[in-house]
Design a protein around this ligand. Structure first.
Ligand code: GAP
Length: 516
């Protein structure tokens, strides 16, 4: 598996992802997509939009779906009336528990600070130590070595006394004053420097207009979903959608994460790809299973390795109070299995909250229902909620490969051709004998059809390697024979196999394989 260091380095070197405002030292939790990154991310978002919304066939039930259904899209403002966020529960409840270390002035998310102690495996040969240690880590995924790293010296001193020790987690230790007094925070020289956990609201606040007082407060949306709920009536009134139907939206979301981490995985500014699917309460669990399985399959179809993907159903005590069911699509990143997307049956919670708060009747009117008492109702909602930055990160991790070609090590991004930022690169074998001119003509024809790159600099092998690192599926070389029979060499990225075909056939050949 690729290490994060290698991936971050490739992303920087090849122009996929840069730290935001890097020349000023960056801004924690914010990232800029470079020339290759922006194409990759646009392709991920386009694949999502086309597959889920744009190319949806409303006349036929897709495989596994309980019936045919409608899909439409929305693009809502990032700034919304702040009452939206009161009603949705984000003003009162969108909090993470936070602790501060008074010695190192570092802030942590309490639920991501794992507290453990060194426990002797055999108390006759090793002595117990009362110290507790805290280390940051996504719960359940941090390897032991990472947990120990911030305390290596102190732990060495304990284990030096002899005997074997194991790490024993101490859950809820941060909430207990007495236990907290014994905890060494990461990098702290004495125990007891962590504050008690307190709630921290993740929404970014701003002010609308010239006055900066309570009356002008607005929030940068922390999710795109609420824009869909508050437009539910508008969509019903202006389109001819009938339940069941879904509304998709793609766009920026902002969260003042306490600890942005793991490259783009947890950012403060990111993009979401969300669907709110409206259906009858009685059918909600069937639709929940349909969307859960369809969304999982989407990642498989775009090339993520099935052995690194899993669907994790939430157990009852993990479910949000309004959710009837929820599952996460998880991917095994270099830092462990973590959430790519959540799919939830949110019942009628959101529409009911907005109906109560706004005083507007948001019930759906079913004019086909024979029983008048059942014609108006609040539908249930299935929500598949994905992040495009996390999807990009997973596709990059999965595609990163180091292999050997003709005795030479190469780094190659084996991205699905649909996602590849550049679909084809055109090279003249040498910079003379009319080859650049013929290659440029071909390049200009191809770039009308898909993203194409032209390169005439350096040895041909080096040009191949550059495109391998960019994930370009096809490289086309114009050589001496091209000038007589107008055939070119087409090299496939993953197998490095080369075929010969007529220059006029290249466009159709590549289009066929990049699909979408
Ligand atoms: N409307 C439901 C909702 O927003 P969520 O689990 O908080 O649910 C959905 O977010 C998805 O958005 C996540 O699965 C993840 O892909 C993405 N996401 C959430 N927070 C993120 C962050 N700080 N950085 C990058 N992506 C994030």
């Amino acid at each position: 598996m690729v290490s994060m260091d290698k991936l971050v380095s490739l992303c920087k070197r090849r122009g996929f992802i840069f730290p935001s405002s890097e020349i000023y030292g960056g801004l924690n939790g914010c990232w800029d997509y470079g020339p290759l990154g922006v194409e990759l991310k646009r392709n991920v978002k386009a694949a999502w939009w086309d597959d889920m919304v744009g190319h949806h066939d409303r006349t036929t039930a897709p495989a596994g779906a309980p019936s045919a259904f409608d899909m439409v899209g929305l693009d809502c403002a990032i700034l919304m009336n702040p009452e939206v966020w009161e009603a949705s529960g984000h003003v009162g409840g969108f909090n993470d528990p936070m602790v501060d270390c008074r010695e190192t002035n570092t802030r942590y998310r309490a639920d991501q600070l794992l507290v453990f102690r060194m426990e002797p495996v055999d108390s006759t040969t090793a002595t117990a130590d009362q110290s507790l240690f805290a280390s940051p880590g996504e719960a359940g995924v941090t390897p032991d070595d990472d947990l120990i790293a911030p305390h290596r010296k102190r732990i060495k001193a304990i284990t030096k006394k002899g005997g074997d020790y194991r790490l024993t987690p101490i859950p809820d230790a941060l909430q207990d004053d007495a236990l907290r007094a014994r905890i060494f925070a990461p990098g702290a020289s004495e125990p007891g420097t962590l504050t008690a956990p307190r709630a921290f609201n993740l929404m970014f606040k701003t002010h609308v207009g010239a006055l900066e007082d309570n009356s002008s407060v607005a929030y940068l949306r922390p999710e795109t979903a609420q824009g869909i709920f508050v437009n539910f009536k508008n969509v019903c009134d202006t389109t001819r959608v009938k339940i069941p139907f879904g509304i998709g939206q793609l766009g920026k979301a902002f969260r003042n994460e306490i600890n942005p981490r793991n490259f783009t995985f947890r950012s403060r500014e990111f993009e979401q790809m969300e669907i709110e699917f409206f259906c009858r309460a009685a059918d909600a669990e069937d639709w929940y299973r349909y969307w859960r399985d369809r969304r999982f399959q989407w990642y498989v179809d775009l090339g993520l390795s099935t052995e690194k993907l899993r669907l994790r159903e939430h157990d009852e005590n993990e479910l949000a109070h309004y959710a009837a069911s929820c599952a996460d699509v998880e991917y095994e990143f270099p830092f462990g299995f973590s959430e790519l997307e959540g799919i939830a049956n949110r019942t009628d919670f959101d529409l009911r909250r907005h109906m109560d708060s706004s005083g507007k009747d948001l019930r759906y009117f079913d004019d086909q229902e024979p029983d008048p008492a059942k014609r108006r109702y609040l539908p249930y909602v299935i929500e598949p909620s994905a992040g495009s930055d996390r999807a990009v990160l997973a596709f990059l991790c999965d595609a990163y490969t180091e292999d050997e070609v003709a005795g030479e090590l190469r780094t190659v991004l084996k991205l699905h051709p649909r996602l590849a930022p550049i679909k084809a690169a055109v090279f003249p074998l040498v910079k003379k004998d009319g080859m650049p001119e013929r290659a440029l003509t071909l390049y200009r024809q191809l770039r009308q059809q898909f993203s194409t790159f032209y390169d005439e600099k350096g040895a041909i092998g080096r040009r191949y390697r550059r495109q391998d690192e960019a994930g370009t599926p096809f490289c086309i070389t114009v050589d001496g024979d091209t000038l007589t029979d107008d055939t070119v060499t087409l090299r496939e990225r993953d197998s490095c196999e080369q075929i010969r075909l007529r220059a006029e056939e290249v466009g159709a050949y590549v289009r066929d394989r990049v699909g979408g």
